[in-house]
Structures are given as structure tokens and as C-alpha cells.
Design a protein around this ligand. Structure first.
Ligand code: HEC
Length: 118
């Protein structure tokens, strides 16, 4: 698995960050890629920029059990759930660290070329 960004122009990652991103890459492909892509909507929303929209302390319980967050009445959760036709995201038995790695991977992905085109 290559850690080099497609365009080779991204910021250099420390060895520790690179290891976290690699772990997140594998976890993302195994658990999330069937419904999510970083830059495109698939079944669920595109995840690019998600850590700017939501804090990691929101994201961890969401991935573990999104229906519980929706049921708690969390305004953002209810809105995104309703927007996606009340299609429930599965619950994941992942650790906090694994979930953090997934979002480190998401953040490390380059923006799509189309966004840069004029
Ligand atoms: C079976 C399809 C499916 C899988 C698998 C899935 N998701 Fe989702 N995800 C959704 C849907 C649909 C939504 C929209 C909210 C809803 O309907 O509950 C969503 C919403 C989200 C959101 C909120 C996005 C936003 O823009 O607010 C995050 C974050 C998220 N998913 C992360 C993940 C992660 C991380 C994984 C893997 C561990 C994952 N999802 C696996 C279907 C899925």
C-alpha cells in the first residue's frame, strides 16, 4: 500500500500519522466504502470535510451506533438521517482509536481534481 498522495503534493506525514492513515484506509475499505466515498455521495454522504462539520467526540458515538445518536434527539443527526431518507447506517464494533484512524484517512485524501478545475 502506498502512502504517497496521488499528486505527490500533499503535506508530509510523520511516521505515526502515516501509520494511522494506513490503518484507517484498511478500516474504511472494510467497513465504510460500500456506502461512503470521501469526495462523492454514494449511499451515504461524501465524508470530505466531516471533521470540520462534526467533532471527533460526536463522530465516535455516531459510528458506534448512529441510531442511538438520532434517538437522543441530536439536531444534526436527525437532520442528516432525515435527509438520507431515514436509511439507517449500521452500528460498528470499532474502538475509538480505529474510528479516529478512519477519519485521519478521510482527512488525508486529496480534494478531487474537478474542484480545482475552472
Ligand atoms: C450501509 C451503508 C453505510 C455504511 C456501511 C456506513 N455508512 Fe455512514 N452513513 C450512511 C447513511 C445512509 C448516512 C446518512 C445518515 C443516516 O441516514 O443515518 C451515513 C452518515 C454518515 C456520517 C455523517 C455524515 C455527514 O455528512 O454528516 C458519517 C460521519 C458516517 N456515515 C461515517 C461512516 C463510517 C466511518 C463508516 C464505516 C465505519 C460508515 N459510515 C459506514 C450509510 C452507511
Amino acid at each position: 500500500m502506498s502512502l504517497t498522495k496521488a499528486d505527490g503534493a500533499g503535506p508530509a506525514l510523520s511516521a505515526e500519522e502515516a501509520a494511522r492513515v494506513a490503518a484507517g484506509d484498511a478500516l474504511f475499505k472494510a467497513n465504510c466504502a460500500q456506502c461512503h466515498a470521501v469526495n462523492e455521495q454514494v449511499v451515504g454522504p461524501a465524508l470530505a470535510g466531516i471533521t470540520k462539520r462534526r467533532s471527533i467526540s460526536w463522530l465516535i458515538p455516531w459510528v458506534k451506533n448512529s441510531s442511538k445518536v438520532v434517538a437522543s434527539g441530536d439536531e444534526y443527526a436527525v437532520a442528516v438521517y432525515t435527509k438520507y431518507n431515514k436509511q439507517q447506517m449500521p452500528s460498528f464494533a470499532l474502538s475509538d482509536q480505529e474510528i479516529t484512524s478512519i477519519f485521519a484517512y478521510v482527512n488525508a485524501q486529496p480534494a478531487p481534481a474537478v474542484a480545482l478545475a475552472r
